[in-house]
Design a protein around this ligand. Structure first.
Ligand code: DAH
Length: 355
């Protein structure tokens, strides 16, 4: 083969490459040119039959052709790939401004209690609180004793406790009557500084228009070296403002709880439900009692903090104007359709009153 034959071969291969419009066809051209039995390796094999003085020059010439053909293949391949991507992007375009196509999932509803729990979790997360949990079935010790409510304490009677039969160890488990035992669990597990909330179910043997045997509370606990009542009041006020999405008047009314000293009840102005001049109680709070800290191995000389507990159902009723507590737990689909929240909205403040 002469140099001009080699030229012709190169021009032919380059023309084949340029003429190809698909990656598959390009691969065929590559195999025909550079594959094991392709034109160029074939030429290389003839090298041995040449007179020694021609071998070197011819070998170099073939190699140069090989390089140029490879480059042409690569360039054309990138071009075809880019074109294929363009095409996909054009055909697979999605218009994300279109409304969601409603399927069966649009029929479901988020219960107002779940919605409110999510809203509160969001508010407290912004303030740097973590979420803690405890079991619904609690020990007498965590539900009462470690919270500074000893066995004969009168406030045990106020709690209308559901007791389990004593187990082999003689221990009586209870359905927790409040979320406060999560305070104990947290302090036993974690060193200060502590900043947690604990939403969950609580149980009391009590049932009338404003009480159900199971209801929901959210507990908060903050422990560090310099916390005082001012922090407590600010936190609750800020929470109310964010939750009710308006400026709510709030007051702390002196009260008594065994696990806090001083203690207060949290009232908010009933303007939010169109009853100006009246106050509504939404929970209790106070500075954590030194005995409670001691019971959890925390030095009350060094650490102090505040806690509060609020009724979630009550807060949901107030915010969303739901009149009857019992309806919360009737599993009436018509009620849920009316008061529930769309599953397609992410639960949180953005799906609350302002939406
Ligand atoms: N656990 C109390 C109850 O259910 C509410 C409560 C009052 C919680 C004061 C607290 C607190 O954390 O500090 O009646």
């Amino acid at each position: 083969m002469t140099t001009s034959d080699l030229d012709t071969l190169e021009q032919g291969l380059l023309a084949d490459i340029a003429g190809v419009t698909s990656l598959d066809a390009l691969e065929q051209v590559r195999i025909a040119a550079l594959g094991k039995k392709g034109r160029i390796p074939e030429l290389m094999q003839t090298l041995g039959k040449l007179p020694p003085d021609e071998r070197k020059a011819f070998g170099q010439a073939v190699n140069a052709v090989k390089t140029r053909v490879s480059e042409a293949l690569d360039t054309h391949k990138s071009r075809l790939e880019a074109a294929a991507l363009e095409q996909r992007l054009a055909t697979e375009r999605a218009d994300i401004t279109l409304p969601v196509r409603s399927g069966p999932e649009a029929e479901g509803r988020i219960h107002p209690v779940s919605q409110v729990m999510e809203e509160l979790a969001e508010i407290f997360a912004d303030m740097g609180f973590a979420i803690a949990e405890g079991p619904d079935i609690e020990t007498d010790d965590y539900n009462f004793t470690k919270l500074n409510i000893p066995a004969e304490h009168p406030s045990r009677q106020d709690h209308d406790t559901f007791y389990f039969a004593p187990n082999e160890a003689g221990e009586r488990l209870v359905l927790r009557t409040h979320t406060s035992p999560v305070q104990i669990r947290t302090m036993l597990r974690q060193k200060p500084p502590i900043r947690i909330i604990a939403p969950g179910r609580v149980y009391r043997c009590d049932s009338d228009q404003t009480h159900t045997p199971m209801f929901h509370q959210i507990e908060a606990l903050v422990i560090d070296e310099h916390t005082h009542m001012g922090h407590l009041k600010w936190t609750i006020e800020e929470m109310c403002r964010a939750f009710f999405e308006t400026d709510v008047k709030m007051r702390l009314r002196a009260s008594y709880f065994p696990f806090t000293e001083p203690s207060a009840e949290i009232d908010i102005a009933a303007d939010v439900i169109g009853k100006p001049g009246k106050w509504l109680e939404i929970g209790g709070c106070g500075m954590v009692h030194p005995n409670v800290l001691k019971n959890c191995g925390i030095d009350p000389e060094k650490y102090q903090g505040f806690a509060f507990g609020m009724g979630i159902d009550r807060m949901a009723m107030l915010k969303y104007g739901i009149p009857d507590l019992r309806a919360f737990f009737n599993a009436d689909l018509r009620w849920l359709k009316h008061y529930g929240f769309s599953v397609l909205d992410v639960p949180g403040l953005s799906a609350g009153l302002s939406s």
